[in-house]
Design a protein around this ligand. Sequence first.
Ligand SMILES: C[S@@+](CC[C@H](N)C(=O)[O-])C[C@H]1O[C@@H](n2cnc3c(N)ncnc32)[C@H](O)[C@@H]1O
Length: 180
Amino acid sequence: MSAISFIKTLSKDHKVAALFPSTAAAAKKIAGEIKPGCKMVVEYGAGDGAVTKEILKVMPPDGRLVAIESNSDFVGELGKINDSRLEIISADVARISKKLKNFGPIDMIISGIPFTLFNPRTREEVIADSYGALGSGGKILLYQHYLLMLPYIKKIFGKNIRWYVEPRNFPPYWIMVGEK
Ligand SMILES: C[S@@+](CC[C@H](N)C(=O)[O-])C[C@H]1O[C@@H](n2cnc3c(N)ncnc32)[C@H](O)[C@@H]1O
């Protein structure tokens, strides 16, 4: 999708919450957090697939990536990715987070959704549901322009968390990682 189309989608849907998709460098960095051999990945807010495509590059041939996206234009764009490992779910993460366990133990959850738009209770529920759906040693990665979600990850993942800046995005991202 072109930058202009991305901005047009934002103008129709405030949940998009970004002027541009993630840069290639930021998307590679995010996908680089996936442990080798990781078979089951869930992506929240896949957008037009900037991060999705990088995730698929590092996943094994028998891996499975479930991409959850609420915007129908982006769901259509994701549908153009020709990869049998990718399953696209058109839904609001906050509404289906309780069903994440149905996917079986998840190795990694990668989220670019704007948690700012959720109330504090929903933020905590989504992180708690994510924790519950991860297998032992599973990871969650959140990328955002601010550290809003850090206290929530600390509360639910305990000490097994880290965070750093990825400057090669516009605007730069905070990347927050929690391990179960
Ligand atoms: C900041 S954009 C990131 C897009 C893409 N992952 C990227 O890195 O370029 C946030 C994405 O999350 C989606 N989104 C926002 N709230 C959502 C929700 N509650 N459930 C599912 N998707 C959501 C938006 O439609 C948008 O595609």
